[in-house]
Design a protein around this ligand. Sequence first.
Ligand SMILES: *Cc1c(COP(=O)(O)O)cnc(C)c1O
Length: 368
Amino acid sequence: MSEPPSNWRPQTIAVAAGRDQSPGAPLNVPPTFAATYRDGGDIGYGRFDNPTWSAFERTIGGLEGGHAVSFSSGQAASTALLTPLARGAAVVFPQDAYTGTRALLTELEQRGALSLRAVDVTDTDAVIAALDGARVLWLESPTNPMLGIAELPRLLEAATAARVFSVVDNTFATPVLQQPLALGADAVLHSATKYLGGHSDLVMGVVVTANPQRREVLIEHRTMRGSVPGVMEAYLALRGLRTLAVRVREQSATALELADRLNSDPRIDTVHYPGLPSDPGHERASVQMSAFGGMVSFVLGDGDAADRVVRALRLIVGGTSLGGVESTIDRRRRWPGEERVPAGLLRLSVGLEHVEDLWEDLDQALTG
Ligand SMILES: *Cc1c(COP(=O)(O)O)cnc(C)c1O
């Protein structure tokens, strides 16, 4: 397999990378179900490497502009970045990071492995002030579920100047909208469960690093801890990745329209969406993202009112997770660890249904 030419655009990389170019090869790298390989080849054992993982890794690596290592989940990918750190290393992280990331960081701190510095990631000066003596800057933008926007170019530049290793969780934006390595990040992380896979049918994660040596360290961790992705998952994730660009663009367009209608609807208290000119993150997002993504969060009344709306929806599916072709909605506060989120906040993951069908469904559920 050869690397994609560096001048290809994301749509082309998503389709053309990670393929076997030899004559007679199947157009798609098939799932290679193998624990054991005959002696004399490149792969010693099924936990070390797999051709189907490699095809996925080359494609997402090409999209993010770095070297990818896939994992059994987004959480396993985060674990691979955090657990090899020196004992007591200081990690600066967003106080409204994804709940699973915060739970993992907190657990590592309680075991004495890390020391944590929680910051408001939308407050650039506060984040930069927290970098002194830190080992890692962990960023997420847009954040899950408040859709806060971190000023990535300035924060990543400051981290580089302070010799702080920077990680950007790019799950919400995807490389189609935002490329953190090009903005100076040392590593990008994805829950491939979400947009990369894109069809709500697998759990997987990936880290993409700017530095090929770091890739080797991550592979060592994966091999040692056994946090390897399933072969079928890798096959499906790559199949999903082929259509990433077209899905994310369409989902962004529909999300913008729905956010706009929700924003002028008197039944809604607040809408969080970086594509709205009134959103506090709008200017920053316009600089560092090429569109605003498929996630919209909005608040209506208390928890009971929001739960009633979710139950009244007929098309939009009540359930957690996001980034699929199907629109899904989740009242985040029902989950442990989400106490700081408003009780009536609904996080909507906009799928590929027609915008008018989605709006009619929201409208009838809001009318009650
Ligand atoms: C879901 C999610 C994760 C964790 O990924 P899993 O695949 O569920 O382990 C990490 N970061 C963000 C932003 C997420 O939404």
